[in-house]
Design a binder for this molecule. Structure first.
Ligand code: NAD
Length: 367
């Protein structure tokens, strides 16, 4: 498990480094073929963030949409050059099978729909890129991995920070020993959740609260920054249950991760405050990112405080999302495993389940 993780990180960091060295992405050798994507779910992320990114891609193009809102799908299709024959709804989704233009299905749906649309998508003979968190449970993640394996299709999780230059540079510097021996990792991730009707605040639809949605970035960062797998967790939840937003899901959950080298990871996830911060402390210095995993505006300091601000070399794509999309495409074209495959989402879900268990039982859980 750890070996695979390390390999993933080296590949991701290597991608960024190669991009810097030769001025072009590491997969520039791949012929400029563009794979076709079907975006499933035209919500805040699918429509607002992902669809506009295809213009930044070398190997990925938008060819189909899946939406429950026919009028919206028609409008988006005409704005983005998708033919009417590329519009599907949730019932006709399986007909993607007959559309040779679609190579990859990108699932941008609420979490409770991830498993179903992955399994059906793989059965339709398409590769799957699925948003985080991968599913409601580790058991669902296992089903998704098995379905894609059975269909001989790739499965990647939308962990965009693996393609983001500040994160890649922080990993590179930590691995190069710039801050000495890593002793402590800290990360707080949160945003102020609003609107009690959101699927995010309904446990059956989201699988949980802030940890599933935003705290997962702190967990991911703890793993890719240290390059280690946690061996035990201890967690404490603090939620004001009289707040109508938090009748079903948690607000704050702090979790401590113990790593084999002795590094301690201290993470906080919140739905009641905006925070996005990553800090690595070594015996010779620190690396700090704030924001660390945002859409934009990243900043990074390396040294003893905030005197030495670093601007990293470009990442593997024009943007973190173009890097992510083109990584998926080149993995399909070259028949390689994505650096963030389904197994990576499964690892996070297993740890998340242990964090919830620890908070519930108020005890340290060995992984
Ligand atoms: P959203 O609520 O804005 O959009 C969800 C979409 O799913 C909508 O188009 C909605 O109509 C559709 N949908 C279909 N059936 C539904 C149902 N029964 N209930 C609710 N919606 C239904 O959500 P979003 O913010 O776009 O999130 C979608 C996925 O993307 C989630 O997995 C989320 O975690 C992920 N996400 C990832 C990032 C990131 O940075 N990687 C950022 C935001 C969201």
């Amino acid at each position: 498990m750890i070996d695979l993780d390390r390999r993933s990180l080296v590949l991701a960091a290597g991608g960024a480094l190669a991009a810097t060295a030769v001025g072009a992405p590491v997969w520039a050798a791949t012929p400029p073929r563009k794979l076709g994507y079907a975006i499933v779910g035209l919500g805040g992320y699918g429509l607002g963030i992902i669809i506009p990114q295809f213009k930044n891609c070398q190997h990925s193009k938008l060819v189909a949409l899946v939406s429950g809102d026919a009028a919206k799908a028609k409008r988006v299709a005409s704005e983005h050059g998708v033919p009417e024959s590329g519009i599907y709804d949730y019932k006709s989704y399986d007909k993607l099978k007959d559309n040779p233009e679609v190579d990859v299905i990108y699932i941008c749906l609420p979490v409770f729909m991830h498993k179903e649309y992955t399994v059906r998508g793989a059965a339709a003979g398409k590769h799957i890129l699925c948003e985080k968190p991968m599913a409601l449970s580790a058991a669902e993640c296992e089903e998704m991995i098995a379905a894609c394996k059975k269909a001989g299709k790739k499965l990647m999780i939308g962990y965009r920070s693996h393609f983001e230059p500040y994160n890649l540079e922080a990993i590179r510097r930590a691995r190069a020993g710039e801050i000495g021996k890593l002793r402590y990792f800290r990360s707080e991730h949160g945003f102020t959740a609003g609107g009690t009707s959101s699927w995010r605040l309904k446990k059956a639809l989201s699988g949980g609260g802030s940890l599933m949605d935003i705290g997962i970035y702190a967990l991911q960062a703890a793993r890719y920054m240290t390059g280690e797998e946690p061996i035990a967790v201890y967690a404490k939840e603090t939620t004001d249950r009289s707040d109508p937003r938090f009748r079903e899901v948690e607000d704050m959950i702090e979790f401590q991760l113990e790593f084999p080298s002795g590094v301690i990871g201290s993470c906080m996830s919140m739905y009641s405050a905006n925070q996005n911060h990553i800090l690595l402390m070594g015996d010779k210095g620190r690396i700090e990112l704030e924001p660390g995993t945002a859409y934009s505006g990243h900043r990074m300091w390396v040294g003893s405080g905030r005197n030495n601000e670093i601007t990293p070399p470009p990442g593997p794509g024009k943007t973190q999302w173009a890097g992510q999309l083109d990584h998926m495409s080149t993995c399909v074209i070259d028949n390689r495993e994505p650096i963030v495959p389904g197994e990576e989402g499964l690892r996070d879900m297993r740890i998340i389940e242990a964090i919830y268990k620890s908070a519930r039982e108020q005890k340290r859980i060995v992984l």
